[in-house]
Design a protein around this ligand. Structure first.
Ligand SMILES: [Zn+2]
Length: 160
């Protein structure tokens, strides 16, 4: 892992909704060759019903080249981060309702509580994740070189 790895946020690539999205033939997690091994990754929650769909595994899934072990690690990573977000959202909702807080108090609490997942993301950002919104895929990669190659394969470029 050299300077191509950006631990803070990563590199975003947008691709229009299409049948086959092409990936470089390397593991999305460890960047080493994979022998046709892949995992299925579910898109992150989007919109009002997104969290429910995500919980029941109903969000769009795509095949991503990865070693089985690396893939499980990645999935656990995404799962944990998303559950952390839901947990915090639920706490905010309960506190807001229980104490009958107004909108500004709730927004203040959200800002304070959001520091946790942001800090977590900074330290443990998944190597890869994506979401599909309005027929546009937004992919996030930690590895810049991988992101660049991916973008090239799909005829787009990295979002600046
Ligand atoms: Zn791997």
């Amino acid at each position: 892992m050299g300077s191509n790895w950006n631990k803070s946020d990563g590199y975003y690539v947008e691709v229009g909704d299409r049948e086959n999205i092409l990936f470089p033939p390397r593991c999305i997690v460890c960047d080493k060759n994979v022998d046709g091994s892949y995992i299925k990754i579910q898109g992150n929650p989007v919109g009002y019903y997104g969290a429910w769909k995500w919980q029941f595994g109903l969000n769009p899934k795509i095949k991503v080249p990865a070693h089985i072990k690396c893939g499980h690690k990645l999935k656990r990573n995404i799962l944990f981060r998303n559950l952390l977000l839901f947990f915090l959202a639920a706490i905010i909702l309960i506190i807001g309702i229980y104490f009958d807080w107004n909108r500004w108090q709730i927004i203040g609490l959200i800002l304070v509580v959001l520091i946790l997942p942001l800090y977590w993301q900074e330290k443990n950002a998944p190597a890869f994740e994506f979401r599909l919104e309005d027929k546009i895929y937004e992919f996030r990669f930690l590895n810049k070189e991988y992101a660049r190659e991916f973008a090239g394969l799909n005829g787009v470029s990295i979002k600046e």
